[in-house]
Write a protein that binds this ligand. Structure first.
Ligand code: GLN
Length: 553
């Protein structure tokens, strides 16, 4: 029997995945972290990514999904977005470590002769660096429990050093290091029965790396039956109570509740020799009770609100448009559900709009998200014009704001060939342009981590709609772009109905615009979607969705 006593040592829970990729490891890790947090523990998640990119900023979103930006400007992938959304907690660069960044640190040290001429072997030095990063993630949040999500799939070569670091940590501190393995049980169509063999084999792969899991999360179309649990229990040596069903659900936000209902929280705490500090976080500290209420709203929301996201259509690679704009979709959902509305989001290919604007007639709100490059932008501009003229609520995020400025310049201010210099560097009316320091970085091909990134302060002007929505003057929002509003045109816009509603505190950079005589026409140079969370939806999304819902389709 395990004795329950609150040990002061930091605990480490590794999370790995087996059988297939795409199991939702990020959601599972976020859910477990949320459950431990709701029991009163300070948690710190860290994602260990096997790829060699130093960060996600240089990766094509079509292949890798959205680049998620943290307050400190770290460019990461969508798992960090899930962590922040589930934990309602802002993270920083210590919560992500790519294999590239780990090798880079070690190689830089070697170049600086910091290893005193020793032979720098992978095992010892790389694994040491991995362990140091994991500990750093815990320290930076003063955490009780660190959750380490290992990217990739067990059995493949790429993440083997992360597993080795796990093994070494466990050898040294067997009482403080744990492992949860997420596996998959397919139901082959020809058999119609759930098969457990691949899951057994993935645990065996893990065993071959020197790791015995403490718990199994069994992803499958439906919950496991007793017979499957028994088979897995015999094959893995785990107690049946440590085999948790993780069936497909219609909303990711239901996952923590499914785990909680199977007693995952207490089981895990017991293994770590910890007891609950709280039955649940008290009101105001947003624990599981509030989470349940939010999920209840997902279930009970009936009246729909129809939103068009106008973007260029991505259909190649493993990822789709939905992965590339996951934070935008989630932000719309948070704002809709919170207000008892059922979000109906449709992707509109901006290239199709170029000839057929009527596709947009059905929608109560139009959103143009961030983006880069020229493909499909005339369609986006046409959509913005339509929203402005037909009084349809419009929300432009980053590129969506820049193109709204271009549209206004062209169609209201009479500068017909106005453009952003990203597309037309020689335009006569560069209403959106690049700052000299950014220009230099492009010329010298310094692409990695050189955009205007991360949280910037912004002051909102009095008597603007956005200030009323935020309910305050000072805000801080996250950025990821190179181009900016060109202040030479500032007065011309302001005099003609396009308000500069907020700037950086020094007044130099335009952060947010709105059109006066319109139910909702807002463009942000920043990415508000990155800070929307289920239990604290973003005020601008709340406003956009509310006003959209008042417009009848
Ligand atoms: N392409 C634009 C820029 O670099 C907008 C970027 C974005 O939408 N994130 O400024």
């Amino acid at each position: 029997m395990l004795r329950a006593s609150n040990s002061a040592e930091m605990k480490y829970i590794f999370v790995s995945g087996g059988v297939i990729s795409g199991l939702g490891k990020g959601i599972a890790t976020s859910s477990i972290a949320l459950l431990l947090k709701s029991a009163g523990y300070k948690v710190a998640p860290i994602k260990m990514d096997p790829y060699l990119n130093v960060d996600a900023g240089t990766m094509n979103p079509i292949e890798h999904g959205e680049v998620f930006v943290l307050d400190d400007g770290t460019e990461t992938d969508q798992d960090l977005g899930h962590y922040e959304r589930f934990l309602n907690q802002s993270l920083n660069k210590t919560n992500i470590a790519t294999q590239g960044s780990i090798y880079l640190s070690v190689i830089q040290r070697e170049r600086n002769l910091e290893y005193d001429g020793e032979c720098v072997d992978v095992v010892t030095y790389i694994t040491e660096e991995i362990i140091a990063r994991i500990k750093q993630a815990g320290k930076s949040k003063d955490a009780d429990i660190v959750l380490i999500e290992i990217g990739g799939t067990t059995g493949e070569y790429q993440n083997i050093l992360f597993l080795e670091a796990n093994r070494l940590m466990k050898l040294k501190n067997p009482e403080d290091v744990f492992h949860i393995h997420i596996t998959y049980l397919p139901v082959p169509a020809s058999i119609g029965e759930m098969k457990s063999k691949p899951a057994q084999m993935s645990v065996r792969d893990l065993n071959a790396a020197g790791i015995q899991p403490d718990m199994l999360l069994a992803r499958a179309q439906r919950p496991l039956d007793q017979s499957r649990i028994k088979k897995l229990s015999i094959a893995t040596g785990l107690e049946p109570e440590d085999i948790i069903s993780a069936p497909d659900v219609d909303s990711i936000y239901k996952v923590p509740l499914g785990f909680a209902d199977q007693n995952l929280t207490d089981r895990l705490l017991q293994k770590m020799r910890l007891t609950r500090k709280e039955r649940d976080l008290p009101a105001g500290r947003q624990g599981l009770k509030q989470w349940r209420e939010f999920v209840e709203k997902i279930n009970s929301s009936k009246e729909s609100v129809k939103i068009a996201i106008v973007g260029k259509y991505f259909s190649t690679g493993d990822f789709t448009l939905a992965d590339s704009y996951i934070s935008v979709i989630e932000a719309i959902k948070h704002a809709a559900w919170t207000q008892g509305l059922k979000p109906q989001i449709k992707w509109i290919d901006s290239e199709k709009i170029e000839n057929n604007i009527r596709i947009l007639e059905d929608f109560q709100g139009i959103l143009v998200p961030g983006g880069f490059g020229s493909r499909g932008i005339e369609g986006k501009i046409a959509a913005i014009k339509y929203a402005r003229e037909a009084n349809i609520p419009y929300f432009g995020l980053c590129y969506g704001m820049q193109l709204a400025v271009v549209e206004y310049a062209r169609n209201v201010l009479g500068m017909e060939i106005a453009h952003t210099t990203e597309i037309d560097p020689d335009t006569k009316f560069p209403v959106i342009h690049i700052m000299p320091d950014q220009q230099k970085k492009l010329l010298t091909r310094e692409y990695g981590a050189t955009m205007r990134l991360g949280a910037w302060d912004c002051k909102l002007k009095l008597n603007t709609k956005v200030r009323a929505l935020y309910g305050k003057e000072d805000i801080s929002e996250r950025h990821r772009h190179r181009y900016e509003f060109n202040n030479e045109y500032l007065e011309k816009f302001a005099k003609n109905g396009l308000n500069i509603a907020g700037t950086t505190p020094d007044g130099k950079l335009v952060e947010i615009i709105e059109i006066k005589d319109h139910p909702f026409f807002v463009g942000t140079q920043f990415h508000p979607e990155l800070k929307s969370r289920p239990l604290s939806p973003h005020p601008l999304f709340l406003g956009f969705i509310k006003i959209a819902s008042e417009k009848k389709p």
